[in-house]
Design a protein around this ligand. Structure first.
Ligand code: ZN
Length: 324
C-alpha cells in the first residue's frame, strides 16, 4: 500500500521493477515542490526493504515501520541540515562509507538524497562515482525540483522521472478525507496548484496560504496596471518574498492554468483555478501566454545565474502582457 497520492504511472513501474528485481540502482524524481517526491522516495525505500518483498511497501512489517520512523539501519537519508544552504561534502562522504558495508537487516541498502540540487558542487562531483557504480545491494533515490538544476553528468547516471502537480480534484478529495471542510478544501486545492503537500500544510498554517496568495495576486494586479505600478509592485514583492524559485514556480503554474483554460483543456492545473485569485477571465492570447511562460523561465535562469533579482524581475514584469 503506497502512501504516495497520485503519480500512478511511476508507482506502478517501480513496484513492477522491484518485484522483478530490475530496478535501476539510481533513480531521480524531479518535479515542483510539495507534490510528493519525498513520500514517493520513502515509499520506494519501504518497498525495497519490506519483508513481504512483493514490490509494494506493506507499511506494516518491522522493516516498513522502521522506514516510517526513518530509523531503518539500511536506510540512509541525506538532506539539507538546518541553518545550512547546501548539502556538504562530509554528508556525501558519510553516505559512501555507510553503503560500502553489507546490508545490516534487509537484503539491501537504500539511500535517499533529498533536494539533490542543493549538493555542494564538490559533493555532487563526489557522488558521481557512487551513482555510476554503487556497491552491490544498493539503491539510491534522489529528488530535485528540476533536472536543469543538476549537472548533466549526475542526471545521466540516474533513471529520471519527471513528476507533475496532481489533479486539483485529487488534492481536494484527499483534503476532504482528512477532515478539511468542503469549501476550505476546494479553495486550498485550487490555491495549491496541485501540490498536495502544500495544501495539507496550508490547511493547518493559514499564513502559508496568505503568502502564496499574495504572490499570485501581485501577478494578477500587475497585468492590469501600467509600467510604473509594475515596478513598484516588484519593490514590494522583493521585500516580502525571499524564495524566488517559489515565486517563479507559482507564476509559471498560474500562466499554465490560464493557458489550459484558454485552450479548453481540463487538466490537473487547469481545473478549478478560478478559486485562485478570482476568475481567470483575461483576454490574453495563447501565444502571449506561451511567451510569458518563456520569459519567466528565462528570468528564473538569470536569477539562478546570480543576475540581480530586482533587475531581472523588473525586466520580466515590464514584458508581461496587458490584460484587458
Ligand atoms: Zn513491509
Amino acid at each position: 500500500m503506497w502512501q504516495t497520492v497520485g503519480h500512478d504511472r511511476v508507482r506502478q513501474y517501480l513496484a513492477r521493477a522491484i518485484a522483478q528485481q530490475s530496478l535501476s540502482h539510481a533513480v531521480l524524481f524531479a518535479g515542483p515542490q510539495s507534490i510528493g517526491k519525498r513520500t514517493l522516495a520513502l515509499d520506494l525505500a519501504a518497498a525495497l526493504l519490506c519483508d513481504a518483498e512483493r514490490g509494494d511497501p506493506c507499511w506494516e512489517c518491522r522493516q516498513c515501520a522502521a522506514v516510517q520512523r526513518r530509523q531503518h539501519p539500511d536506510l540512509h537519508l541525506v538532506e539539507i541540515e538546518e541553518g545550512r544552504k547546501t548539502i556538504r561534502m562530509d554528508q556525501v562522504a558519510a553516505l559512501q562509507r555507510a553503503i560500502a558495508l553489507r546490508p545490516y537487516q534487509a537484503s539491501q541498502r537504500v539511500s535517499l538524497i533529498f533536494d539533490a540540487h542543493l549538493l555542494q558542487p564538490e559533493a555532487g562531483q563526489r557522488l558521481l562515482k557512487t551513482l555510476e557504480e554503487p556497491p552491490d545491494h544498493n539503491t539510491l533515490a534522489l529528488t530535485t525540483t528540476s533536472t536543469s538544476l543538476l549537472p548533466q553528468t549526475l542526471v545521466s547516471r540516474c533513471q529520471a522521472w519527471r513528476l507533475t502537480a496532481l489533479p486539483i480534484s485529487l488534492v481536494r478529495s484527499v483534503l476532504g478525507e482528512r477532515g478539511v471542510p468542503a469549501r476550505e478544501a476546494a479553495f486550498l486545492a485550487a490555491a495549491s496548484l496541485g501540490r498536495l503537500g502544500w495544501a495539507l500544510q496550508a490547511s493547518t498554517e493559514p499564513e502559508l496560504r496568505e503568502q502564496e496568495e499574495a504572490m499570485v495576486s501581485a501577478l494578477i494586479d500587475m497585468l492590469q496596471t501600467d509600467r510604473a505600478a509594475r515596478i513598484a509592485a516588484v519593490e514590494r514583492l522583493l521585500d516580502d518574498v525571499s524564495d524566488h524559485e517559489r515565486l517563479f514556480e507559482l507564476w509559471s503554474e498560474w500562466w499554465r492554468a490560464l493557458l489550459f483554460q484558454q485552450l479548453g483543456v481540463t487538466d490537473s492545473a487547469g481545473e478549478d483555478t478560478h478559486v485562485l485569485g478570482g476568475e481567470l477571465s483575461f483576454d490574453i492570447s495563447p501565444q502571449e501566454i506561451v511567451r510569458a511562460l518563456q520569459r519567466i523561465e528565462e528570468t528564473r535562469e538569470w536569477v539562478r545565474a546570480n543576475v540581480n533579482a530586482r533587475l531581472a524581475l523588473e525586466t520580466l514584469v515590464l514584458h508581461l502582457p496587458e490584460a484587458s
